[in-house]
Design a protein around this ligand. Structure first.
Ligand code: NAD
Length: 269
């Protein structure tokens, strides 16, 4: 891969598994120094193995523990990265989880857990990243933009999702957070965009792909007839962080094998 992100520092939240791990590997292969964030000590071995794969391939980075829903931990994470590497150029706001329930059975704890991690976590990390971009100012030697943020949203910022109202609400909120930041900080050359994945094969949606029956049923939603891989998202993230996409900001990019063209309508609905 071309070293289009050479010399840039990228923080990837929730990078010890799934899409975050895939994005960390792709950004590192494109020359970025990556911060592989994980939430609790129990995820440290997984984070270390992601980092090892990156360094074995010639990349560079560090692991860093932080629960993105905790303000103090997020502030400390960015302070640690700036102390180690001097600044941050890229934030991949990826950490997320699901706590599914029928709406009439959903507990306040299930609601609050999802909103705290998926939405408030993105607020806290984006705020620290933007503070650092503004403090540091332009770095024209590495990028035209002063800073780049990618919010990991979902097709569910568009497609309502019964049984997952907390999750869909968090992703709908991310859309407005992302667009408001793009609007507010565009003149400071900060680009903010969302990636909206469809079905990507990761631990979060294991039930949707781990049996042949489940996978067949999933394929009825995907015109392109394959499940996505974390590397699909990694390739898009590299493009969105690079100067090749310098005129893209405030955009939700859907990457879903066609899920949002609603295959059920292919034969007249
Ligand atoms: P995953 O479960 O493998 O990854 C989620 C990551 O977030 C994990 O590494 C987990 O440790 C981390 N995390 C959870 N709570 C955290 C916290 N408080 N602080 C820091 N990290 C925390 O699942 P994934 O599919 O890789 O999900 C990554 C993102 O992609 C999520 O935001 C998810 O909503 C989104 N997404 C996934 C799909 C899909 O099909 N897999 C589709 C659309 C959107």
């Amino acid at each position: 891969m071309d070293q289009v992100l050479k010399g840039q520092i990228a923080v990837i939240t929730g990078a010890s598994s799934g899409i975050g791990a895939g994005v960390a590997k792709s950004l590192a292969a494109a020359g970025a120094t990556v911060v592989v964030n994980y939430p609790t000590p129990s995820s440290l071995p997984a984070a270390e193995s992601v980092l090892k794969e990156i360094t074995n391939a010639g990349g560079a980075g560090m692991t860093a523990q932080c629960d993105v829903s905790k303000e103090e931990e997020v502030v400390n994470l960015f302070a640690e990265v700036v102390a180690n590497y001097g600044t941050v150029d890229i934030l991949i706001n990826n950490a997320g989880l699901q706590r599914d329930a029928k709406f009439d059975e959903m507990t306040l704890e299930q609601w609050n857990t999802v909103i705290s991690v998926n939405l408030t976590g993105q607020f806290l990390c984006a705020r620290e990243a933007i503070r650092e971009f503004l403090r540091r100012g332009p770095r024209p030697d590495v990028s035209v933009a002063t800073g780049k943020i990618i919010c990991m949203s979902s097709v569910h910022e568009l497609i309502p999702w019964g049984g997952h109202a907390n999750y869909a609400t968090s992703k709908g909120g991310i859309k407005m957070l992302m667009q408001s930041l793009a609007q507010e900080y565009g003149d400071r050359k900060i680009r903010v965009n969302s990636i909206c994945p469809g079905a990507i094969q990761t631990p979060i949606n294991r039930a949707a792909w781990e049996t042949p029956q489940a996978l067949n049923s999933l394929m009825t939603l995907i015109p392109y007839n394959r499940i996505g891989q974390p590397s699909d998202i990694g390739n898009l993230a590299v493009f969105l962080c690079s100067d090749q996409s310098d005129y893209i900001t405030g955009a939700s990019i859907f990457i879903d094998g066609g899920m949002t063209v609603f295959e059920g309508f292919a034969t007249n609905g």
